[in-house]
Write a new protein. Structure first.
Length: 195
């Protein structure tokens, strides 16, 4: 039997995408991939509750002193923990910090991000709202490799979501999140078979 493909999930909030990955693993739909740890930069995030539910270590690591990026001593703590878990892939699933050179170099070519738009359209914060406000007919979600530029890494796969005239921002967000919950586990399973 092939060895497992170790995944570490990083997030900042509810953890719905991390939960989708863990549910896919429980259902045997994650290929060789296995979630070996969850890291969160918010001490009270609901994402941390996923650890006990799924039998996976889930840790809060203080990202101080920076509010929007991961750099310096905190960055090194994240790197050290991910290495301790022998991660093959780092998955940014709602991680609301800019990743800097030290982290990128530590896991070069082994970091992916899930973004709620059809990149290169609507990068950065509030991708769903950006698309809704622009009144485009189609948006969606993207899994891409992470590089030094925000939401600009090589696109691995996308799912389209049609914006209907009757959609509200909330209904559109629900459709995009549903697409994300299918797309991210599928890409992780594909990557696990390639390595």
């Amino acid at each position: 039997m092939a060895s497992s493909y170790n995944i570490v999930l990083l997030g900042s909030g509810r953890g719905s995408n991390a939960e989708a990955v863990l549910e896919a693993q429980r259902a045997g739909k994650l290929g060789r991939a296995r979630v070996v740890g969850i890291l969160c930069d918010q001490p009270n995030a609901r994402m941390l509750e996923l650890g006990p539910r799924f039998g996976v270590p889930a840790l809060y690591i203080d990202p101080a002193p920076f509010k929007t990026k991961l750099e310096g001593p905190a960055e090194q703590k994240y790197i050290d923990q991910i290495r301790a878990w022998s991660a093959d892939l780092v998955v940014l699933a709602g991680f609301m910090r800019v990743i800097k050179a030290g982290f990128l170099n530590a896991f070069a070519g082994h970091i992916i991000n899930l973004h709620p738009s059809l990149l290169p359209a609507f990068p950065g914060l509030d991708g769903i709202k950006q698309a809704f406000d622009a009144r485009v007919p189609v948006t969606g979600c993207t899994v891409h490799e992470v590089n030094a530029h925000i939401d600009a890494g090589r696109i691995l796969r996308q799912t389209e979501v049609r914006i209907m005239p009757t959609d509200t921002l909330d209904s559109l967000a629900a459709k995009v999140h549903a697409a994300e919950h299918a797309l991210l586990p599928a890409v992780i399973a594909e990557l696990s078979q390639q390595m």
